[in-house]
Design a protein around this ligand. Structure first.
Ligand code: GDP
Length: 490
């Protein structure tokens, strides 16, 4: 790991494809010699120098801006050189290759030595990983960089920007400081047994403990919302062929995505789309008509059906779509039982009655529909989870808002986007574990003086596990997992 970190790295930092500007970025030590070779001058730090990017024979690859950021005042904390050229894939590849070549050339100033020994292509996330190792960012902030780049909604992007500026790391740091103070009190009492409980009482140890636990709970609640903003909600639309699944996906997405036809079994494969509801990304998958495999007429359709079942097994919510014009025909109970058997723990099934427009009869409509829905619900007996069935029309859009609200309710979204920072499941796990240790500490504290060492131990565990959020303790494996998911050049 350390040897790897010692080597200078280079990558194209901008997205693949064509763009107005493209950037090649180098990080390492002693980059002024590389800048000299590429641009013919060392230049002033943090000043953009316009000029040619030079081949070994003095010809120009392109003209652009060269910028040098000497350590430690750079993104990675090392020397960084940024070459801003025209954003064509070939130009940038040539520039990248030229960097590697120039690094290996002998330095005319230092006889025989290479300009930048060991310059190599960066691995995914390696620039940010270096920033983490050089204390430019903590781990939660480094993750926020990736989450900002990957954000699928505006709210998620805002949340990631907040995490990047420390909205998660700072309160975690403050909680850890509070825990250190408390540990110092308890451990001092352990060292001087004659003081014991009296001393802890005077210092209001239990009050401090309770306040720390309350703050952690508050932070965890916000982090849960932040995790939802990042992960979004996996929603599957299931139901009989022709119930209107594709139409509903289109209506939610507001675009013609899936193929809508009147022939049963035409949705052959799942079609997914991310829609946003109050900034929460909702990943909606339209499944192939969930008929029995034996009924499927061909192999392609059978594969589609198998994928649909897989999507259900990964869902947070399944919308079981009923066709109001064909309620009597539909064998929804069988489908529902099959779905329920595959739903993951904690996921919900919501009955949605589509084509409300088609059975509207002047004056009679509502009563007639409600009676039919009530009849179905009574036979299914499926509203046990307290979610009212939703009646809508994918065609006219009536009832779509109620569905959106129900989805947010299912997700546990509390509509507090102000101040929500992005968080990951990893952070939630660590914070829940820390809260568990605090609860245990509280129990030992209530037991009196004979449990002081156990109290101290739980406080220590809580402090340590909170440190995992910001990477105070992190294994190479965890870091590899986190940074490996970044794009190259970040
Ligand atoms: P899928 O097989 O479940 O994906 O169903 P489609 O979305 O392809 O729709 C099947 C048929 O029902 C099409 O002819 C749609 O136009 C029609 N349909 C879908 N939703 C509605 C609706 O809300 N009202 C009416 N009247 N027709 C609908």
């Amino acid at each position: 790991m350390l040897a790897r970190l010692d080597q200078p790295i280079v990558a194209i930092a901008t997205a693949a494809g064509r763009g107005a500007v493209g950037i090649v970025r180098v990080s390492g030590r002693g980059l002024d010699r590389l800048m000299q070779a590429l641009t013919g001058r060392v230049g002033t730090p943090r000043v953009a120098h316009y000029g040619p990017f030079l081949n070994a024979d003095g010809s120009a690859i392109d003209h652009g801006l060269a910028l040098r950021f000497p350590a430690p005042h750079s993104y990675t904390g090392e020397d960084v050189l940024e070459l801003q050229a025209h954003g064509g894939p070939v130009v940038l590849q040539l520039l990248l290759a030229r960097c590697l070549e120039a690094a290996a050339e002998p330095d005319p100033q230092a006889s025989g030595q290479q300009r930048l020994p060991g310059l190599r292509l960066a691995m995914p996330g390696e620039f940010t990983e270096r920033a983490f190792h050089n204390d430019k960012l903590d781990l939660a902030q480094a993750e926020a960089v990736a989450d900002l780049i990957d954000a699928s909604t505006e709210a998620a992007a805002r949340g990631a920007a907040r995490s990047l500026s420390g909205a998660l790391s700072q309160p975690v740091g403050q909680l850890r400081e509070g825990l250190i103070e408390l540990r110092a009190l308890v451990e001092a009492t352990l060292d001087f047994p004659e003081e014991e409980i009296d001393f802890l009482q005077k210092a209001d140890a239990i009050g401090r403990l309770d306040r720390l636990a309350a703050r952690l709970d508050g932070l965890l609640a916000t982090a849960r919302q932040g995790a939802l903003l990042r992960e979004g909600l996996q929603v599957v639309i299931a139901g009989q062929p022709n119930a209107g699944k594709s139409s509903l996906l289109n209506a939610l997405a507001g675009a013609e995505l899936a193929i809508v036809t009147a022939i049963p079994g035409t949705t052959r494969d799942k079609v997914s789309q991310t829609v946003q509801i109050e900034g929460v990304p909702v990943h909606v998958t339209d499944t192939a008509g969930l008929r029995e495999d034996a009924q499927a007429s061909d192999e392609v359709e059978r594969i589609g059906i198998a994928r649909s079942w897989q999507a259900i097994a990964d869902a947070d919510a399944v919308l079981l779509l009923h066709d109001l014009t064909r309620l009597d025909q539909a064998d929804y109970r069988h489908t529902e039982a099959q779905i329920a058997a595959r739903l993951p723990a904690g996921a919900r099934l919501l009955h949605v009655f589509n084509k409300a427009d088609a059975i509207d009869l002047p004056g009679l409509a509502d009563a007639r529909q409600d009676a039919r829905i009530a009849e179905v619900v009574a036979t299914i007996g499926a509203s046990a989870d307290g979610l009212a069935p939703i009646r809508l029309s994918a065609k006219t859009g009536t009832g779509l808002d109620a569905l959106r609200r129900a989805l947010l309710q299912l997700a546990g979204w509390q509509a507090v986007p102000e101040g929500v920072f992005i968080a990951r499941e990893r952070h939630l796990r660590a914070m829940r574990a820390a809260a568990g240790h605090l609860a245990a500490a509280r129990d030992w504290a209530a037991q009196g003086d004979h449990a002081l060492d156990l109290l101290a131990e739980e406080l220590r565990l809580s402090h340590d596990v909170l440190g995992e959020v910001i990477g105070a303790y992190s294994s190479d494996e965890l870091l590899g997992d986190i940074f490996g998911r970044f794009c190259i050049g970040k």
